[in-house]
Structures are given as C-alpha cells and as structure tokens.
Design a protein around this ligand. Structure first.
Ligand code: PGA
Length: 245
C-alpha cells in the first residue's frame, strides 16, 4: 500500500483528481470504479475543473459505481445514481450509455446483482477503483462480517452506516435499510485502487485497514493483499498511524 499524507482535505482531493485524470489520459476508454459519499466530492470537483479547462475528455470513459440503495430509482434525489449525476456526470462529457450503477429500482435482488456482475466482468473489471472507507471499515456497502464477500450482493446496512448516512436524509427512518454493492472480490479485481479518507472519525478505520489483521470484520483490510493501492489521506485520518509508515 502506498500511503500518501496530503495533510488537508483540499490537497487530498487534488491528489485523487490527479491520479484519476492520469488514468483517463493514459487510457481514454478506461473503466473507472466510482464511489459516492462526502469524501470523493472534492476529487470530482477537481475532475470537473480539469474537464472545463480542456485537459480531460470523458467521451470514451466507462464507469461502474460501487453501490446503490435497494428500492430507489435513478431519479430519486437520495439515490447514488442521482448523486453521481449531480456531482460529476452532468458536468463532464461522459456518454450516459457508459455510466453504470447497480439498478436500485429492480427490487429482485438476485437479478439486479447478477446483471451487474456480468456487466463489470464483461467490461474487464476496473482499471482504477476509487474507494472511500466507512467508520466501521466498510468498502462500498461491504459491512463487517464473518467472511469476505465475493460478487455483487444485497446487504442489510448496519446501524452505524444508517446513522452515518442519515445526515443526507430528512429523518433516520428515511434511510433505506438495504443496498446492492459490488463485493470485495469484484473490488479486488481492479488493476489499481485509490482509497481516499479524511477526518478524525476515519482514523481508526484507516489504521485497521493498513496495519491491522486481514479480517472480514474490517472489510477494507483485504486491500493489504492488493498489489497496487494508493491510500490518500489528510493528517486527521492518519493520526493513529504515526510511526507506522
Ligand atoms: P463518506 O462515506 O465519504 O461519506 O465518509 C464513505 C463510506 O462510507 O464509504
């Protein structure tokens, strides 16, 4: 794992945008795995700036998002598909046909997950997978569990995740209780992984991910087995890793 301390959220976001932009420039038809959440917003703003300045072309880029709430359509402002349109896709020249998010509107979980797995596999998996990390060490919606997940599957969200995500909903009761998520094996099939984490509330998860035992109770710890991972953080997220890297 290459741990990069960028000190601030702004510098972390610039670094993440630079890495994503370099991938697009080197392989214009690359497959990007993308993430929602508040952490990557700065990186997406950086990508939009690069596009606006003419240095980035998304016309051939293909994207596969990590996860989606079960039961929400892509038009629902709380859906992750809507979030991606709002934060990135509506502002760059990506072809909507090249954008993929698990189909939350399909409440047949088996069909929705099998379809998504097939699409990611047919695309040859991700060249670069962007990830955030949950306070409990989740990646995508792969929550702490007894074993590492494999393909796309339907999960029951943990109380900690529901509470963390409730800030984006009017009331905690409004947060969906289930989601479709790429599994850890699908994530690990990416050729390169870019993890972004900021803030003190991520410090323990970042320490466990990078230096703890590789266990499914901290799903992100599996990334220690991946040969090509960049962990890009601010000071606060790395505050419990001092002297370890
Ligand atoms: P956040 O979420 O970026 O909103 O903190 C990250 C995650 O839960 O994966």
């Amino acid at each position: 794992m290459r741990i990069i301390n960028c000190h601030t959220y702004e510098a972390m976001s610039r670094k993440a945008a630079d890495i994503l932009a370099a991938q697009i420039q080197l392989k214009p038809n690359c497959v990007l795995g993308l993430a929602t959440g508040t952490t990557p917003i700065g990186a997406y703003q950086g990508l939009i700036k690069k596009y606006e300045s003419g240095s980035l072309d998304f016309s051939e880029v293909r994207t596969y998002n990590l996860d989606e709430y079960r039961g929400l359509t892509h038009e629902d402002p709380q859906s992750y598909h809507y979030f991606m349109n709002d934060q990135l896709f509506n502002h760059v020249n990506i072809d909507p046909a090249n954008v993929h998010v698990p189909d939350g509107a399909n409440t047949d979980a088996d069909a929705a997950c099998t379809d998504y797995d097939r699409m990611v596999a047919e695309a040859g998996y991700c060249d670069l997978q962007l990830l955030g990390i949950g306070r409990n060490g989740h990646i995508g919606f792969n929550e702490p569990a007894d074993e590492f997940s494999k393909g796309t599957h339907c999960v029951d969200l943990t109380e900690s995740t529901i509470e963390a995500n409730s800030r984006l909903f009017e009331k905690e009761e409004d947060v969906p209780r289930q989601a479709y998520t790429m599994g850890t094996q699908t994530i690990m099939n990416a050729r390169c992984i870019l993890m972004v984490a900021n803030g003190e509330n991520k410090a323990q998860a970042v320490r466990d991910m990078c230096f703890g035992p590789i266990v499914p109770t901290c799903p992100a710890s599996i990334l220690q087995l991946h040969p090509n991972v960049f962990v890009v953080c601010d000071d606060a997220a790395l505050s419990l890793c001092e002297g370890l890297y």
